[in-house]
Design a protein around this ligand. Structure first.
Ligand SMILES: Nc1ncnc2c1ncn2[C@@H]1O[C@H](COP(=O)(O)OP(=O)(O)O)[C@@H](O)[C@H]1O
Ligand SMILES: [Mg+2]
Length: 453
């Protein structure tokens, strides 16, 4: 019999009598953790959290258990969330420091450790501190302006509140005409989700199934979010953008509820485009999440999607990711994201179109958009936006100095282009490897084609 069971048996017996006693269950969990039995401890923390989801002490317990199980990303999700909350227990900062050290960010770890041990001296760990290079007579940490210590907890006034996900319903004013290039994608979105919404009887007549969503992937700044918003504007639908990281809430029950509420909000406001950004956060990269809470969340997501397919109820699903290789393969099954589309950086004609859109409404001279586009090789839509911003700023400065406004000219855009670098290279360096070595089912063929490999 493992040591320590003597102390555990009375606790377990008491819990059998009053299973809803949270302090008692927490005591059992803490004891298990102290005995190095992290798996069992995690189970008890979860059970208690299911009843009291906002209990910070339980959250830290669970995060610590995850840490000891080597489930660092799961631990990190909880700790980051705790740090965002109003009053962060000192232990959360110390645990954050441990996770940061493992991730190689010693500098930040030192800061977090000092914050934590100042807030709660009981959270201090001299051995860990010395590993961080912090000596005992180190000057006491200076807290930042916005932190105050109340009752052994650091209260970060500047940080967010940890409130439920913000699912603001928008009515976008932009439509497809505000999106330059991306013609194939627009067409795909029309066929797959706009026409079924406008002409359901036609689809029925041809026996074509309705439902499923479109997943866009590609380098950042190339218009995924912009196009999703424009899709809603195109059909005068509502638009709800959900950052998956906002929904993620590691302990059982919470994330699923967040997700369900989001889908429900869309159903209540149909027609509505429900757009999931950074959908890869639900992915297999967080391998330690797959077994438990993460797995459940994925299943919840999929069943909400399936529900929409069968109800055919005017909720259009789009999703985007910069890291498709982290996405769980379950998303790719028919009826779900069965259209996975690569959003490349704009080609020259598309760059000209984007520039034209970005310059609309500004004082313009005779502008040769094609010429500028030719010089902006590799630029994303966001990069082009910077080009226009830089050019306009310079124009404004000249106007202020000379007292006469002058229209934007080709030269201005060319000059701005020369000062900026395309931002998509790095993404392709990563994508190339996945496309070459992890291209199951040819899902990255479009990347290979784009790179001419
Ligand atoms: N095709 C495009 N047409 C017009 N503007 C674009 C286009 N692509 C990108 N932009 C501009 O760049 C910004 C960033 O694009 P975004 O949609 O956020 O990129 P992503 O979601 O792919 O990272 C947009 O807000 C928009 O101003
Ligand atoms: Mg985006």
């Amino acid at each position: 019999m493992p040591s320590g069971d003597d102390a555990l048996e009375p606790l377990r017996a008491a819990l059998r009598v009053s299973p809803d006693n949270i302090p008692l269950r927490r005591h059992l969990a803490d004891t298990l953790l102290a005995l190095g039995r992290a798996d069992e401890a995690a189970k008890e923390y979860r059970a208690a959290l299911a009843q009291e989801p906002a209990n910070a002490a339980l959250k830290i317990g669970l995060a610590t258990a995850f840490y000891h199980q080597g489930k660092d990303s799961a631990a990190l999700v909880i700790v980051e969330d705790l740090i965002k909350a109003d009053d962060t227990p000192g232990r959360a900062y110390v645990l954050h420091a441990r996770l940061l050290v493992k991730a190689g960010d010693v500098e930040r770890a030192v800061r977090q450790y000092k914050k934590g041990s100042a807030a709660d001296p009981a959270a201090a760990d001299p051995e860990f501190a010395s590993r961080l290079g912090i000596t005992p007579d180190d000057a006491p940490p200076r807290r930042t302006e916005e932190d105050e210590v109340v009752d052994g907890r650091v209260r970060g006034r500047a940080e967010g509140s940890g409130a439920p996900p913000d699912t603001t319903l928008e009515r976008p004013a932009v439509s497809f005409k505000d999106v330059g290039g991306m013609d194939a994608l627009k067409e795909e979105i029309k066929m797959k989700i706009i026409y079924p919404l406008l002409h359901p009887e036609m689809y029925k007549a041809y026996g074509k199934a309705i439902g499923g969503g479109i997943l866009m992937y590609g380098p950042p700044g190339c218009g995924k979010t912009h196009l999703a918003r424009a899709t809603a504007g195109e059909v005068k639908a509502g638009f709800i953008a959900v950052g998956i990281n906002d929904v993620l809430d590691m302990w059982i029950g919470q994330s699923e509820r967040n997700l369900h509420e989001t889908f429900q909000r869309a159903r209540d406001n149909k027609p509505c485009v429900l757009f999931f950004d950074e959908v890869d956060a639900l992915g297999a990269s967080r391998t330690d999440m797959r077994q438990s809470a993460g797995r459940q969340l994925i299943n919840q997501f999929l069943s909400e999607m399936d529900g929409i397919a069968s109800a055919n109820d005017g909720v259009l699903i789009l999703a985007a990711t910069n890291a498709p290789w982290h996405l769980d393969s379950a998303f790719r099954r028919p009826g779900r994201f069965d259209r996975i589309l690569f959003v490349p950086p704009p080609d020259a004609p598309a760059r000209a179109a984007v520039l034209r859109i970005l310059c609309k409404g500004k004082p313009l001279g005779d502008l040769d958009y094609d010429h500028v586009a030719d010089k902006a090789v590799g630029f994303s839509g966001a990069d082009l936006k910077s080009v226009v911003d830089v050019a306009i700023e310079k124009k404004l400065r000249d106007a202020m100095r000379e007292g006469v406004p002058k229209p934007l000219a080709t030269r201005d855009l060319l000059d701005a282009t020369a000062t900026l670098k395309p931002s998509t290279k790095e993404w392709f360096a990563t994508a190339r490897n996945y496309a070459l070595y992890s291209n199951q089912g040819g899902i990255y063929d479009d990347i290979l084609k784009f790179l001419k490999l």
